[in-house]
Design a protein around this ligand. Structure first.
Ligand SMILES: Cc1cc2nc3c(=O)[nH]c(=O)nc-3n(C[C@H](O)[C@H](O)[C@H](O)COP(=O)(O)OP(=O)(O)OC[C@H]3O[C@@H](n4cnc5c(N)ncnc54)[C@H](O)[C@@H]3O)c2cc1C
Length: 161
């Protein structure tokens, strides 16, 4: 790279990439929280409207309980992510908090969206309902910006293992 095209100082590039990772991972966590919430809201609406065996499917305990779990997962993900965001905005070293935020939101988003797709039955598989797109998009989360396995490696080191 010609000297005039250097971004930052020579041999300091890795530090710049690492600093950028925190913001990238935070953005991914924030995106997943909002994706989970949007798909959850859509699903709550759907199970209240869709009837089978003479009642809205949202009255079947197995579906209600899964949605209760999903509401809890979203709240936990949002709380961890907002905490990391507030610390990041305050200029703290947030490697641990951001890593946790990414880890708790990415696989959860894919699993939650996949389950919401399942609750839509065949409609969930259709392009018109947007869920299949959300499911495909969310599959990137545990890979991009550093995989879930690497997030666990970072946390293991912070823990001192
Ligand atoms: C759609 C998409 C967009 C992307 N956009 C960008 C981008 O804009 N910029 C960019 O730089 N990169 C981008 N990436 C790359 C992404 O960051 C990498 O794919 C990701 O970090 C994983 O690296 P890898 O593919 O080389 O997998 P590998 O490192 O080969 O890993 C393969 C598997 O082995 C596991 N593994 C590897 N090492 C360990 C270990 N030490 N312990 C345990 N398990 C381990 C991984 O977790 C993974 O499951 C993108 C990827 C995708 C799919």
């Amino acid at each position: 790279v010609p000297e005039e095209n250097l971004l930052g100082q020579e041999n300091e590039g890795f530090k710049l990439i690492m600093a950028n990772f925190q913001w990238e991972r935070l953005l991914m966590a924030l995106g997943s929280v909002s994706a989970m919430q949007a798909v959850f809201d859509k699903t709550v609406e759907f199970v209240a409207e869709r009837t089978a065996f003479g009642r809205p499917i949202g009255k079947f305990q197995v579906l209600r309980h899964r949605l209760a779990d999903h509401a809890t997962t979203i709240h936990a993900g949002r709380t961890v992510t907002y905490d990391a965001l507030a610390r990041f905005a305050a200029g703290e070293d947030v490697t641990k908090e951001v890593t946790m935020a990414k880890l708790i939101t990415q696989r959860n988003a894919f699993d939650l969206i996949d389950d919401c797709l399942q609750m839509h039955g065949g409609a969930g598989y259709m392009v018109e309902y947007d869920l299949e797109r959300a499911a495909r998009d969310s599959r990137l989360g545990p890979i991009g910006g550093g995989t879930d396995e690497i997030m666990r490696e970072i946390l293991s080191k912070i823990i001192g293992l």
